[in-house]
Design a protein around this ligand. Structure first.
Ligand SMILES: NC(=O)c1ccc[n+]([C@@H]2O[C@H](COP(=O)([O-])OP(=O)(O)OC[C@H]3O[C@@H](n4cnc5c(N)ncnc54)[C@H](O)[C@@H]3O)[C@@H](O)[C@H]2O)c1
Ligand SMILES: O=C(O)C(=O)C[C@]1(C(=O)O)C=C[C@@H](O)C=C1
Length: 282
């Protein structure tokens, strides 16, 4: 691969660029950006070799194009790049939800043989190019959800790109990906946002936040995440997130009932099960 073009040089795209530079990626890294300021910052930070706000300038030489914009901006970016892509170019992405990305790609490109949907299971609550972290993907998983028609060589190229930055690549079906991530990533984010918003809008909010300590910080770090990115995740993975929320709702109701009737045994059993599950899986 000679040239990688990152579309959307934010935290995720910028981290990939920085990690590739650190790993002595031999090719050129260019970026398609919305604002000149982002591109200039990318150059200053040594993440990229060149940038443009025009797709025509940076897409035509790219062997791999990595889409790293919020989920509901993916389709527009695909439309922008489509006419400039080299015939053999591979299009991949870092979006948090896979089935809608695949639908957008099918609608826009038709042929999906050179499209490799992907998702790094690594991130932060910070956004923008200045939040780029070259070590972000080290020893973290990246899930690829290729389709039956995806060219195996294209998948292998994307896999090599992620392995170069220290990630471990696994392959999963897109629907399973979206169900699993709804439970492990999307539900916790919705919960953290909802918890902080509940506290912020209730009486004594000032005291509540003043006396919040480690437990609150651990539980709510992700409530500082980007509202647009998470709005888009909720809107594109709606059904799986609703199912996860309903599951939790039923569980919370049981726990509420146990607390209501002072059923110490049931409360303790829930906490013991949860602790065991977490300790065995983290
Ligand atoms: N934040 C995380 O922890 C995380 C982890 C894994 C995957 N992702 C996914 O990666 C993608 C990027 O997220 P991020 O955290 O880097 O966000 P970010 O806000 O840091 O970066 C997004 C980039 O896309 C650009 N952008 C935003 N809206 C756009 C639009 N309408 N048109 C063109 N460009 C636009 C922004 O200018 C920015 O450069 C998202 O799809 C997100 O779901 C995020
Ligand atoms: O660590 C964080 O701040 C993250 O939000 C990372 C995280 C997650 O673990 O839920 C968020 C979204 C993703 O698509 C993948 C990873």
């Amino acid at each position: 691969m000679n040239t990688l073009c990152i579309v959307g040089l934010g935290m995720i795209g910028g981290s990939l660029a920085g990690a590739l530079k650190q790993a002595n990626f031999p090719g050129k890294i260019v970026a398609l950006v919305r604002s000149e300021a982002t591109g200039v910052r990318g150059l200053e930070l040594g993440l990229i070799d060149a940038f443009s706000v025009n797709a025509a300038d940076v897409i035509c030489d790219a062997d791999v194009v990595m889409l790293a914009v919020p989920m509901l901006s993916m389709r527009e970016q695909m439309q922008l790049i489509k006419e400039h892509l080299k015939p053999a170019a591979i299009v991949t992405d870092a979006g948090s939800v896979k089935a809608p990305f695949i639908k957008d790609a099918r609608d826009v490109f038709g042929d999906l043989s050179r499209v490799v949907p992907g998702h790094p299971i690594a991130g932060r609550e910070k956004t923008g190019v200045d939040a780029a972290d070259a070590s972000l993907y080290q020893n973290r998983r990246v899930l690829l959800t290729p389709l039956p028609e995806t060219d195996a060589a294209a998948t292998a190229t994307v896999q090599q790109l992620w392995e170069l930055v220290g990630a471990e690549v696994e392959v999963l079906g897109p629907e399973q990906h979206d169900r699993v991530l709804a439970a492990t990533s999307h539900l916790p984010h919705v919960l953290a946002f909802a918890l902080v918003d509940t506290l912020a809008t209730q009486q004594e909010a000032e005291e509540i936040f003043r006396y919040a300590a480690g437990g609150f910080r651990d539980f709510t770090r992700i409530a500082s995440s980007d509202a647009i990115m998470w709005r888009d995740v909720c809107l594109t993975n709606r059904e799986a997130i609703l199912e996860s929320m309903d599951n939790l709702d039923a569980h919370l109701k049981q726990l509420r009932h146990a607390i209501d009737i002072s059923d110490g045994e049931a409360i303790e059993a829930t906490f013991v099960r949860a602790r065991k599950a977490r300790d065995a899986n983290t």
